[in-house]
Design a protein around this ligand. Structure first.
Ligand SMILES: Nc1nc2c(c(=O)[nH]1)N[C@H]1C(S)=C(S)[C@@H](COP(=O)(O)O)O[C@H]1N2
Ligand SMILES: [Mo]
Length: 194
């Protein structure tokens, strides 16, 4: 009787261990993204009002990637970066809903209610205010609007606006852009047709 109870306890302990193992995500999944720990639960809606695409985090990572730099300044003058940035350019996302035309605008929004609009000039990489490292305004190089999922080679933490954050991207690390355009926690991108 006693031996059977001990055996029961051992089996019970093994079941618990197996369950705990499952909780850490090391068993069961055949999705390569999930096995690599990239199965972030986040959906992005891209729409132009008529067509709508909902993309999972791993679907976004499977799109052609943009890589470059991002360096921002907040309204109170705190600098963030420069970061190496990896993500998807807005232009790539627009292609999923019929492109982006002259006079169109795009609204980027997040679950906290933050909403930022870029016009067609900005989508083309022009018309931004940019600064040098001393926060002196300087002429803008061509910029790229990027929906970023990595800063400095790692996933963007929630506190930094991850998993998806807008970045005004540059090809070199020394151009600073305004942080207000760097929408955190992006979950919706809406093209407003002219
Ligand atoms: N979703 C969301 N994104 C946002 C904001 C916000 O309030 N909500 N604030 C913006 C502003 S005004 C600035 S200056 C930067 C601040 O970035 P930080 O929170 O990483 O300091 O985020 C921008 N992105
Ligand atoms: Mo800001």
């Amino acid at each position: 009787m006693k031996a059977r109870f001990v055996r029961f306890l051992v089996v019970f302990a093994l079941i618990c261990a197996a369950a705990a193992c499952g909780c850490t995500g090391t068993t069961g999944s055949t999705d390569p993204a999930a096995q690599a720990g990239e199965d972030v639960a986040w959906n992005l809606t891209v729409t132009d009002g008529t067509q709508e695409k909902v993309l999972s985090f791993s679907e976004i990572k499977a799109l052609p990637a943009w890589e470059g730099y991002g360096y921002a300044v907040s309204t109170v003058g705190i600098k963030y970066g420069p970061y190496t940035v990896k993500g998807v350019s807005l232009t790539t996302l627009f292609d999923l809903v019929g492109g982006f035309g002259e006079g169109d605008q795009v609204g980027i929004s997040a679950p906290d209610g933050y909403y930022w609009v870029f016009d067609d000039e900005q989508v083309a990489g022009k018309g931004f205010v940019t600064f040098d490292e001393n926060l002196k305004e300087k002429p803008s190089p061509d910029l790229t609007l990027v929906l970023a999922y990595e800063f400095n080679g790692t996933a963007i933490p929630d506190g930094d606006g991850g998993p998806l954050r807008m970045v005004v991207g540059t090809d070199e690390p020394s151009t600073i852009t305004e942080g207000s355009a760097w929408v955190k926690w992006v979950d919706r991108i809406e093209v407003e047709r002219s």
